[in-house]
Design a protein around this ligand. Structure first.
Ligand SMILES: NC(=O)c1ccc[n+]([C@@H]2O[C@H](COP(=O)([O-])OP(=O)(O)OC[C@H]3O[C@@H](n4cnc5c(N)ncnc54)[C@H](OP(=O)(O)O)[C@@H]3O)[C@@H](O)[C@H]2O)c1
Length: 346
């Protein structure tokens, strides 16, 4: 399936861009960009996060910490998480998407009526299109909403395997897996939902998310008991993949709240697309140097040579930098992993 989201643009395919000539680093000045951003420039509002997981919680905490006057409500699926969120100052509610939609959406109505900003972070599931149900429900309930900003967290997986090409937001999408197809459907659904409300929806296509508590370092430590079979590497480990530190996702989202009129699709990735095997080898090296006694318990990964890196894609973040003024805190997995390791020591 080859889906065209926006105008088709010719991309330079691998190996035209040498690995170190990364277009992500070519920042162009834009009249819209405010690179430093003003930490106090977001006028107070009421954010509702549907799916307050790893990213949603980070965004909520940043907003509450750095921008006085904000109120954050969020949903999760278990009472234990609800308690955790409440302890962070988030008005937490239980909400679980399943077949009996109508009854459960009623619970969302007062939250939606209250919200000025809506972040959707619940992964799409086959047959459960939250945007469709919400649309019908709100029409039926004749709800008046005060939303000023709408954002949906998607994934770079909607581009499919681009055989190592550099990919920007004009690149034709080609979702191959069921989850990527559902994500692309959800992107279109939330964009329509925004249009219905007179809003430009922000669609953030996130690379692989990592951060404190969820990184290659954590995986290596957790995986020391894997069987030989499980340790066997997949050839996809040598394909280019995009990733992004959760702190950079949060700053991108907060920056978009300052510029609600710029709502459209943004890739949110770092500057350094790299094969998974390379990232794990680096993480292993970091742990071994800091904690030599642990080396024998970690997985050994072999690095492929450059000839093997022909699959997946290198995702460009230029639009995010130029239009939203984002200056990455962690431009590479190297600085991101180092900061996580340093946080362990401290
Ligand atoms: N992981 C990645 O590398 C990656 C890459 C690109 C995009 N994404 C997507 O980006 C978004 C944010 O990622 P994340 O890492 O923050 O995700 P996450 O930690 O898994 O959080 C997802 C949130 O959605 C809630 N949720 C899951 N299934 C639900 C359902 N059926 N009904 C209601 N709520 C449900 C979860 O509830 P609980 O808190 O109760 O579990 C959680 O709050 C997600 O949609 C994710 O799929 C992830």
């Amino acid at each position: 399936m080859q889906l065209q989201l926006q105008s088709k643009m010719e991309m330079k395919a691998w190996p035209s861009w040498p690995r170190r000539l990364n277009p992500n680093s070519l920042i162009v000045a834009s009249p819209c960009a405010s690179p430093q951003g003003n930490p106090n420039s977001i006028r107070p509002g009421r954010l509702l996060v549907l799916g307050t997981g790893f990213v949603g919680r980070h965004v909520a905490q940043r907003l509450l910490r750095d921008h006085p006057g904000w109120h954050v409500a969020g949903t999760c699926t278990s009472p234990a998480k609800q308690e955790q969120l409440r302890s962070l100052g988030i008005e937490a509610h239980l909400f679980q998407l399943h077949e009996e939609q109508e009854q459960h959406l009623e619970a969302l109505e007062p939250l939606l009526r209250d919200a000025t900003h809506l972040l959707i972070s619940i992964p799409p599931a086959t047959g459960l299109n939250l945007h469709q149900h919400l649309h019908l429900f709100l029409n039926h309930a004749n709800a008046n909403l005060n939303l000023q900003w709408l954002s949906y967290l998607s994934s770079t997986s909607v581009y499919g395997d681009c055989r190592g090409a550099w990919v920007d937001e004009h690149y034709p999408v080609n979702p191959r897996t069921q989850s990527a197809i559902s994500r692309y459907e959800a992107e279109k659904g939330w964009t329509d939902f925004g249009l219905h409300l007179g809003l430009s929806t922000f669609i953030f296509r996130l690379g692989g998310i990592y951060g404190p508590g969820r990184s290659a370092l954590d995986t290596l430590l957790k995986r020391k008991d894997l069987s030989e079979n499980q340790k066997r590497r997949d050839s996809r480990d040598f394909y280019y993949t995009a990733r992004v530190h959760v702190a950079d996702i949060s700053q991108t989202i907060l920056s978009s709240i300052e510029k609600p009129h710029l709502g459209k699709i943004y890739n949110v990735v770092d500057d350094d697309p790299a094969p998974r095997a390379e990232v794990f080898a680096y993480a292993r090296d970091l742990i071994s140097r800091r904690y030599p006694e642990m080396t024998d318990n970690l997985n050994h990964l072999k690095l492929g040579d450059a000839q093997m890196i022909i699959g997946e894609k290198r995702v460009s973040n230029l639009r995010m930098k130029n239009e939203l003024g984002v200056q990455l805190i962690y431009p590479s997995y190297k600085s991101g992993l180092q900061s996580i390791l340093d946080s362990w020591s401290s």
